[in-house]
Design a protein around this ligand. Sequence first.
Ligand SMILES: [Zn+2]
Length: 359
Amino acid sequence: MIHLTGPILTGTEVHPEAWVVDGTITYQKPDGQPSRTISGTVLPGLVDVHCHIGLGSDVFVEREDALNQAKAVLDSGVTLVRDLGTPGDMTWIDSEVNVPRIIHCGRHIARPKRYLRGIAREIEPNELPEVVAEEAQRSNGWVKLVGDWIDRSGGADSDLTPLWPRDVLIDAVVAAHENGAKVAVHTFATETIDDLLAANVDDIEHGTGMTPDQMKEVAKRGVYVTPTANQVETFIDIANQAGTKYPVYGARMRDMYENRREHQAAMADAGVSFLMGSDAGSTLGFGTLPSELLTCIDAGIPASTVIAAASWEGRQKLGFDALSEGGAADLVVYDDDPRSNPQVLLNPVAVLLDGQPRE
Ligand SMILES: [Zn+2]
């Protein structure tokens, strides 16, 4: 038994203390002596909704590397991950130790030459509803579509364009929902958003192209948005690499980079329902959700919004408990309340998954 002296924040209540018994949390003092006491501000374990464990610069990493990625994520205070696409089956990792709970999303779905090479399941638009149904069946309730990407067939005029016609997207989201899965879509471009809204997608990833009117509509409908602020920080590199070969695309990426902070703050002002994701894998490192949260706060998204989205609210949006009586003891402990002192996010005092401490 572990004794937690709080405050323990659950989003709805603040408890002065709690106990961990058989992997679960209780607020009723149990009989017997605790084997140890952990003190600090306790939060439901963080959730990284965009974290490609298993993906690396060589596309698909060895098992040992994937386990190191998972451990880095857990050590950062994250006890729940939605992987949002991996190029192969990663379900083997669920039975390993020091691995957060993972919501597997199957493979990214894209068109040939319209995403990073070697990662996505590449199909033609007419196949989308069928393929979405297949990925939905093998996933843990989420599928990932690439909504837009540079179309390099346009020479110097090449730019971001949507991958899927609207009617196909509509059928694809119906197919996902019929198979018990929600749909998350990668999008940078403004032109894609209205189609995503028409198709009733559940979640927009990045969403850097959203106009103020689109933000309002997204907020009104409760579509989730993951800002991936650290990923947007890399848009300047993308713009520079596009260089003289794709000047239109480069200029658009540079524009979004320059407006990123205002854009992120505007999404918060519009009342968008946030999830928080590091986009670890490929170029961004694992265990970087705390840094992502700080970048979002720095941009002007209120700390209380960011922390809630990364902890109790994010967990509930994904269908997971947030330290209710008898729930799983998945939690993270800090020296101070990260809503008033966000820097503590970088140094969790303790991380418990199923009541087992990682320190
Ligand atoms: Zn990603």
